[in-house]
Design a protein around this ligand. Sequence first.
Ligand code: ZN
Length: 1084
Amino acid sequence: GNKPGNTSHHICPYNSRVLMLLGQLEKMSADAMVTDVEMARQLTVKILHLIQTQEKTKKEVMSKGSSGMEVILASLEVSGGRRVGVFVSKGGTGLLLQKLITASKESPPSEELMLQLHSLLAKVGPKDRKFGVKARLNGALNVTVNLLKQNLQNTKLLLPCLQVLRVYSTNSVNAISLGKNGVVELMFKIVGPYSKKNTSLLKVALDTLGALLKSKTNARRAVDRAHVPALLAVYQDWHRNDTRQRHMLIRKGLLACLRNITNIKLGRKAFIEADGMRILYNTSTECLPVRTLDPLVNTSSLIMRKCFPKNRLPLPTIKSAFRYQLPHVPAGGPVAQLYNQPPGVDDVVDESDDNEETEADTENDTENEEDDKDHRTVNDDIETDLNKLRPKESQSRLFEELRVYDRFFVELSEDFQVRILMGFALNHTQATIPSHIQSPLLLGGIAARRVGGGGGSTGGSDCGSEGPEEEGGEGAVLEVPDTALLLPLHDPDLYVEMVKGTRSVPHYSEVAYPDYFGHVAPTFREPLLERVYGVQRSKIFQDIERLIHPNDILDKVIYDLDIPSCPVIDDDGESLKFNSQFESGNLRKAVQVRKHEYDLVLNSDINSNHYHQWFYFEVSGMRVGTTYRFNIINCEKSNSQFNYGMQVLMYSVQEAISGRPRWVRTGTDICYYKNHFSRSSIAAGGQKGKSYYTMTFSTNFSHKDDVCYFAYHYPYTYSTLKMHLSKLEALRTPQIYLRQDVLCETLGGNSCPLLTITAMPESTSNDHICQFRNRPLIFLSARVHPGETNASWVMKGTLEFLMGTSPLASSLREAYIFKIVPMLNPDGVVNGNHRCSLSGEDLNRQWQSPNPELHPTIYHTKGLLQYLAHIQRTPLVFCDYHGHSRKKNVFMYGCSVKETVWQSNINATSCDLQEDLGYRTLPKILSQIAPAFNMASCSFVVERSKASTARVVVWREIGVQRSYTMESTLCGCDQGKYKGLQIGTRELEEMGAQFCVALLRLRRLTSPLGLRNHQHLLDVESDLMETSPTTYVMEEDEPSFLEEVDYSAESNEEDADADDHSTDVFDNPVHLDQLSDSETNHRD
Ligand SMILES: [Zn+2]
């Protein structure tokens, strides 16, 4: 609009006067003959005056009690930087710097002109991104430094000079050069010792020093001259004397210097030697009650964590406690790498990380003027090779070879009619039902969970759990909760039978109560846990206390899979008892660190040395009314939903036998943070100096003599699956065609079930058989990642719905033939792995060329799909169910060439792309009907790192356009009906059922015209076509929370000082960082 009164009209004349004066300034500089100091001085005064008169009223407010110069500066500040912006954009900085050089050549230089020039530069500098570079190239650094050195007692001149120096210092190259010229020492001279005189000078000097100390050379210089103890002493003085908290910025500035010095190893060493831990711990503890001092506490905590001597994980090796001998070990594969290390090599910690000392010497002090060009975050994982986005004419296996899969597709075969008449079809169901079901074991007493030796399928245990179980005594009678009505697929006796046929690497012989009793989802809501401010900090302080008060630490090993006598029997009644030697259990070690606090270590996936995240263990021997703290200390991921409202799951046996058999969300004071246990470069993908993360939670127990279980998510064992599949048979009606086959055996000797579900043909007439045979196929799979138990609960929902009696379910069966592999990685599930199979590999990265021996379930599942492609029966939909540990809601990943191209830098016009939008239909329908599903989280981009996942391979090689990964949150929802709630098995099962309903709608949208005359469905469809592409979904989409400070405590990382969110440009060096040269910011 051209509205009158637009403020820019008022500003214009002023701006043009600035420009006019600039013109004069330029003319003067261009004319080498003119060196009239007086003229330059007058001109500078005019510019200052002009700026001064712009904002009269505000200026007057600000000028109260100020000197003239401060008024000018203040008025420049009030103008919001617009005039300064004009000044900078028209080259004012360069002219001023040239003027400075010229003026400095006068002998003696005019003090007043120097003062004015520095005042102007101090104003202009922060607004000019290239100020540091320009100053250096013009030779201005030395002018200012010399002026400073000669006028240390001249406060009036000192302040603007320091202010300019502060801006110079934010440029990393300048910082090194200034350090060489003794500016670090100069700043230390101004900073100490403690005095309340001239605090404004002190503040600027501290900011400058802080910026200079970001350079490793400068930090080292400060250490060499013993400034670390000096800084600590000054900080303590300010802490003691600043009782009214008026000098926060000075105290913060001192900490910022310490923070930067301790970025180098020598600095950390000096800090420890100067008793820095105790000093900062004590001062912080005293600051804690005053909320406004939080920034001090946070920065102190950051420094302490950085300097905390790295501890060794209490393990002999990070290799899994169990090893599985593979039929053959591919050279160069992960297992070969794992076990080919020479004996005696310590894989828990690196021998040294002394590579830092040379780092300081080679510090880069050359300019890279170009580096601010490309700071856009381009995701380089997006597939940009168009050839890899085109369908792959795969080197599929020969059809002769694929014919072995005939037997899994009886319903598609020509002679099916004959078979059905002869009553063959249904007899295949025997396959996964164990042939050796005996009469149920008598399960009296609390020893019930020990399925001792009898089954014949289990060998001796590695950890000596042979003997009879004493706990519980003779008299204890275990009431098995009667859940038959609530849990139609659950049967404790059947579960025990199933366990007997399950093969685990450690030869487990026990059954965990929760799997035996079953889980009845609670009817109450379980909201996301609200995070209490300061939890992380207080946990970290407790960790630091381990160092400050080492005598308080018990360090008592309670449970240890690495020793033969596990579990450690020590019945002094002072410690909890732990156990995880049952299916899907994962706990390697438990160490009692304080009376009610335990450090827990998780076991790596078998034949691997990492991938732990999933946990499932038993605790007993607890006291009622005591708060216990548990720390899982070897977590690997850099962030977790435990920071965003997720709680752990707990199952109480006492509750179960009182009629409430269920997992409930539990735990307070939950948080996830980087800890002080070092991670070897072997475990950190070659990177040195990394740490593990701690997931900590606290809880109370409400029953004496209870046995409780904790898990990462609702457990769902392989034996549970077998039990559910067996019980599904009972849901069969004459109308339902259900067949269960064994697709193959796993490496560990467990069978991988394959289900076929559809409706029986209406009759044996040719037409009906034909309709039956020609139904489109839906191919589903789940649980390739054992730690993603939620995927199994979603799958259970799908299976139960498909076997249901509702009209929707029968329509669905009549519409499709379902092929389902409900557990792609039974071995991983059985053995408590998080990610891998027994081959030590992520099976969802093997789809491009699965090895029949090492990845049989993938090899044969892909074989089924290749077979279908060969007989021209490519499935309409392929979907692999997963769980997502870092996001909320349920969502899908699909594959679209167009959306991939849009997200990448490929010139889209150079390739004429035609793509059916059909891949969006199913997720769109789901977002309309499933409350947990969120379209906004879906992505249809093909990533390079995902090239060998089921989704991408089935899309590209098999040619399934609707090929998906469905990700369910482990945490909860932040939209829809379940917003603010944690997810439970009811919601997960509902999701599985809604997936089926969505398929029915999809059928109506994709089938011949006869089925499509429903107007409302057409509306849905047109709506679907309009949707715009979603943005690429980054791995982590949670915002960092308020207590961000502690994430960046990695020793060698520059930390983003996130606790700064106040004060003006002058008092806040962070602002300066942002405003000045970009070259300071992106050096790593
Ligand atoms: Zn997964």
